[in-house]
Design a protein around this ligand. Structure first.
Ligand SMILES: C[S@@+](CC[C@H](N)C(=O)[O-])C[C@H]1O[C@@H](n2cnc3c(N)ncnc32)[C@H](O)[C@@H]1O
Length: 215
């Protein structure tokens, strides 16, 4: 199968499909972090090049709920207006992917604006459902693909695929408030420069499940 993993610089999903014998490619404006089939450039220029399956991780900077406060025009004026334009550009990019005509499509994004402006996701998953002990709610919008299967507990049908998420608790020195993070979130919060980059990589367990179930 010809598989395009779009908006992927890590190579994680691409390599999960390649390991199962597929002709798998990643595409990103950035170079691939590790060797493998990679198209460095604009996804929209290659999206109609005969792919059987397209898995896309479009940028979520302007689509997440956590950024909602920044869209308050009364409060932030022109900056908020600029953000509203960028939000709609980000939404347009997602719609171009979804309606590209590729037979099977999965679009991944956090909980956010897409649910109201586009439609509810077909599935919301967590990395720990698939063996990586992290919490990060991840939505999938699917076209001609079944939702990914996982098992939270051992049962009659098989062993659990889920593990316990690693939770780190910190008390703020300034406010005394308690925060809980998953380990990766915590590490990323300590590295302001690379925070978004670190948090954006797909978890290997989810990548494996995609390759096993959709490949
Ligand atoms: C949220 S990150 C996804 C990272 C991915 N989960 C991974 O493991 O590499 C979004 C990516 O989309 C890429 N991107 C943005 N616009 C693009 C475009 N028009 N064509 C291809 N990639 C694009 C960005 O460079 C960024 O790396």
């Amino acid at each position: 199968m010809r598989v395009l993993v779009a908006c992927e610089f890590s190579g994680i999903v691409r390599d999960a499909f390649a390991a199962r014998g597929h002709d798998a490619w990643s595409c990103d404006l950035l170079a691939s972090e590790r060797p493998g089939n990679h198209i460095q450039g604009d996804l929209l220029e290659v999206i109609n090049d005969g792919w059987d399956l397209l898995i896309a991780h479009p940028p979520c900077t302007y689509l997440t709920v956590s950024g909602n406060a920044w869209f308050n025009v009364e409060r932030y004026g022109q900056k908020a207006i600029d953000r509203i334009f960028l939000r709609h550009e980000a939404l347009g990019f997602v719609l171009r992917i979804y309606y590209s005509g590729v037979e099977r499509i999965a679009i991944e994004n956090p909980i956010g604006y897409l649910s109201s402006a586009f439609r509810d996701p077909d599935q919301v998953i967590q990395p720990y459902y698939f063996g990586d002990p992290e919490r990060k709610a991840t939505c999938l919008w699917l076209r001609n693909l079944r939702p990914l299967e996982y098992r939270l507990n051992n049962d009659l049908f098989g062993a659990a695929t889920a593990v316990e998420p690693n939770i780190v608790t910190r008390v703020s020195k300034r406010t005394g408030r308690t925060f809980t993070y998953s380990e990766l979130e915590y590490k990323a919060s300590m590295d302001h420069e690379n925070r978004a980059h670190l948090r954006s990589k797909t978890f290997p367990g989810i990548a494996r499940a995609m390759a096993e179930q959709w490949g």
